[in-house]
Design a protein around this ligand. Sequence first.
Ligand code: NAP
Length: 310
Amino acid sequence: MNATIAARVNILFASETENAEDWIPLLERSLPRDRILLRPEAPIDVALVATPPPGTLENLRGVKLIQSLWMGVEKLLADPALPKGVPLARLVDPGMVAAMSETVLAHVLDWHRQHYAYRAQQHERRWHRHRQYLAADRTVGLLGLGELGSDAARKLLALGFNVAGWSRRPKAIEGVKCSTDLRSVASMSDALVCLLPLTSQTKDVLNASVLGKIKKGGCVINLARGGHLVDGELIAALDSGHLAHAYLDVFEPEPLPADNALWRHPKVTLTPHAAALTDARTAVPRIVENIERLRSGRPLLNVVDVERGY
Ligand code: NAP
């Protein structure tokens, strides 16, 4: 049971990255009896946060719920000012989950249909057709079989790919070769997709050893966090010809500095942490659900396990 809260609550919206104009009208319409504040000018019951302005977390005495506006919460967990003993819920936004699966499919298909190679050939005006593979010839390995990984798995299966997946605890997803052994998943993969939370256990998981197990001519797709990838070891795997291409959305640090070699590497396709953005239209109903649960003392959804780190 959670602590129940007053019928009318003060909700702080605190984000340097999310546009308040997209959120406030939807929140006000969905929570008409509550007060939505942009500054902690009254005692706050619920804080909605994504990269909150400096000093925000220090001013949340008495807060009952911290609701992230993002799916990944590693930065909030690492902030010493995060109030202790207060539930931190991460956002599971169906619009964002759908967007992420679209990005996974876009990159897997770009590699599978060899468009990365045809784009390079177009620059050279070279007419050369590559051998065609069927989706059934390929195995896509998913690191992480949570909200994002399991949705991507279903959509890849629907296209006819073989799908393998790695999770911390044993899992059963129809049609997916699920395993808790990273080496076995990497070894059967032609394309390896990272959809893991960043924790002390998953940092640097895309290293020379794992990249070297992906089948020759394969690709790596990192859509989770920059801290999962050892950049220099990826560049070595691309330059040696072991991997054909890498699709990278996330970096450490962000924005990726202009002098970073990844920007101009011919075998890298790079996007600016845009694989899946929170969409207020699909996220607000999930946030409202958690606030109503808090109001009536029911269990909250998607509460982060602080020890586990996700
Ligand atoms: P989730 O539902 O919590 O799922 C995480 C998955 O990773 C679970 O299957 C979990 O295993 C597995 N896992 C965690 N630690 C592991 C370990 N040590 N060994 C093996 N497997 C491990 O998370 P999600 O909602 O899918 O999101 C994943 C991440 O995507 C987020 O944390 C965020 O960083 C990133 N993200 C990126 C973007 C972007 O635009 N680039 C957008 C949204 C999210 P269990 O099933 O056993 O727990």
